[in-house]
Design a protein around this ligand. Structure first.
Ligand SMILES: [Zn+2]
Length: 245
């Protein structure tokens, strides 16, 4: 049986001189890996070699657990070629693609996450401003965590459940608690990281993120990278390109 779906390529590896193994995040089917036979030939059914973050309609044959799906068509949309001109934005969306790949399961659909990812690609291409791109990345990462059932507790202490208040004398983030930790509870969480008041306030009131300065955004992104590192058991490959300066 053939399935047609909207898809964003999140991983592509060479399989042979002419073929690739590609992983797509699709809207209705979720993540799928497929062999794209002959994709690297000058004339293929896929409009040329398939690159990460290319986007469009795909047709693929059903796979079983033991067998890869076979990609039969890929009608590429103009896509996000402008991203190549903005290295920081390209790194941020590549990081997002890596996280979607690592945190979602094959054939587990998340149509809302697909829409957010597509919107993120579009907005990152349009903004061309580092601060705005960082805002988009942080909001996408929070949406991703929510979609995969790992939504952190950010409006209260994840341990004692006391509501967050801007006058908390100290505030921490703990991966093991999956959220903010207050001063009274912090001693029980050796993995905690102390947050500045501004960063804690932004995490507790996500709407403030869009107006935050770059320093606060960098602090929040650092916390999220630490969090993803703990969730995945190793640092995401793209993480080092996000906070290098
Ligand atoms: Zn507490």
């Amino acid at each position: 049986m053939l399935t047609k779906d909207a898809a964003i390529c999140i991983r592509a590896t060479d399989f042979s001189e002419t073929s690739q193994i590609v992983t797509f995040f699709t809207r209705a089917t979720g993540k799928i890996s497929a062999i794209a036979k002959g994709s690297k030939r000058p004339k293929s059914a896929f409009d040329g070699p398939i690159e990460v973050l290319s986007y469009g309609k795909i047709v693929f044959s059903d796979s079983t657990k033991e067998k890869l799906a076979v990609l039969t068509e890929f009608e590429q949309q103009p896509g996000f070629t402008n991203l190549a001109a903005d290295l920081f934005a390209l790194n941020c969306v590549s990081f997002a693609a890596e996280l979607v790949d690592k945190l979602t399961d094959d054939y587990d659909p998340h149509p809302e996450l697909f829409d957010s990812f597509l919107q993120f690609l579009q907005n990152a291409q349009d903004t061309q401003k580092k601060r705005s791109t960082l805002v988009l990345l942080i909001l996408f990462q929070l949406a991703l965590l929510k979609e995969v059932g790992l939504r952190p507790i950010l409006n209260a202490c994840a341990n004692c459940k006391n509501s967050f208040s801007a006058d908390w004398p100290q505030c921490y983030f703990s991966n093991s608690a999956n959220g903010l930790i207050c001063k009274d509870c912090e001693a029980s969480f050796p993995d905690k990281i102390r947050l500045t008041k501004t960063a804690a306030n932004c995490l507790a009131n996500v709407k403030l993120i869009a107006e935050s300065d770059e320093k606060t955004l960098n602090e929040i992104e650092k916390i999220l990278i630490f969090h993803f590192t703990e969730i995945l058991g190793r640092p995401p490959k793209m993480a080092k390109y996000i906070l290098k300066d």
